[in-house]
Design a protein around this ligand. Structure first.
Ligand SMILES: C[S@@+](CC[C@H](N)C(=O)[O-])C[C@H]1O[C@@H](n2cnc3c(N)ncnc32)[C@H](O)[C@@H]1O
Length: 277
């Protein structure tokens, strides 16, 4: 990942004032088509058959739910988020773009992910590090237990995690260019004692304007062995890690994940954690 020192830009009117933060987020952060295929693959790796019901916890604008039901006419998706704002945005911009028959197979719950409700799922997914909102082992395990209880008898719980030495460096930005804007991932604070960390997403435009702190995350940086311990303590039978390969030309991640039991100490890495029920 490219790391650059922080340069403060003036927020101002211009493009930033009229831009839609959820639209920019979806264009830069999410690849729902890829995510849906990955979740399908993880379930098949484990059980050798196709999954049907996906529960997308912390779903935000539930783009993955919409992609999930589009790919197979027998699938159902349940999206869960506490915040009505992204749910409403997703209804207007994502749900409205799929066929009525597909819309009927998406259920949205404005709820806490720690509640146990809805159809039992084959896959519970919690993406973009959302589980890091829980900062104590008790809180994480309460969530993991709810995920376990929301799964069918055979099910997988798929989480993501990031790490590496660069993730413990404060005041740095990772910048990626997209059509018409730049996505900026800023780590403002990392506390080595508590592992509390604070990240922001900013969007910058060619006219010099910036949508500063479009999204802010106050998280605890959890590690893979901690996640494994908590999943096993919660009742999951097995825990697997899917590690991203490296593009030899750029030295960056290549979006190809494989199940590994040991991994290189990359400066920045993203991995998937899979708890098997
Ligand atoms: C980092 S965003 C993730 C959005 C999307 N899943 C993605 O992959 O990009 C975290 C989302 O979790 C939601 N959230 C935070 N705490 C929650 C909780 N306890 N229960 C349900 N949703 C929660 C927030 O409202 C926000 O939409």
């Amino acid at each position: 990942m490219s790391k650059q020192r922080k340069k403060k830009k003036k927020a101002g009117p211009g493009k930033a004032a009229s831009a839609d933060k959820y639209d920019l987020y979806q264009k830069s952060v999410q690849v729902p088509d890829y995510e849906a295929d990955f979740l399908d693959r993880v379930y098949k790796d484990e059980f050798g058959k196709s999954p049907s019901v996906l529960r997308e916890d912390f779903c935000g604008t539930f783009a993955v739910c919409c992609e999930w039901v589009k790919k197979d006419s027998t699938r159902q998706a349940i999206g869960v988020d506490l915040d009505p704002e992204p749910l409403a945005w997703g209804r207007e911009h994502n749900l409205s773009k799929i066929k009525p028959e597909q819309q009927e197979r998406v259920t949205l719950l404005k709820a806490d992910v720690r509640e146990v409700q809805g159809t039992k799922a084959d896959i519970v997914a919690a993406e973009n590090f959302s589980w890091w909102i829980f900062k104590t082992r008790d809180d994480v395990k309460r969530y993991f237990k709810a995920a376990y209880d929301n799964l069918a008898d055979e099910g997988v719980f798929v989480l993501d995690c990031m790490g590496g030495s660069d993730v413990q460096i404060e005041d740095q930005e990772d910048i990626h260019k997209y059509k018409g804007f730049k996505y900026v991932w800023e780590e403002e604070r990392f506390d080595p004692i508590t592992h509390d960390c604070r990240f922001h997403i900013h969007f910058r435009f060619k006219d010099g304007s910036e949508m500063s702190e479009a999204f802010t995350y106050d998280w605890r940086l959890w590690t893979l062995p901690e996640a494994r311990e908590m999943l096993l303590e919660t009742g999951f039978r097995q825990v697997h890690f899917y590690w991203e390969g490296t593009d030899p030309e750029t030295g960056e991640g290549n979006d190809v994940y494989s199940k590994e039991t040991s991994a290189p100490a990359d400066a920045v890495w993203i991995a998937y954690i899979v708890g098997v029920k």
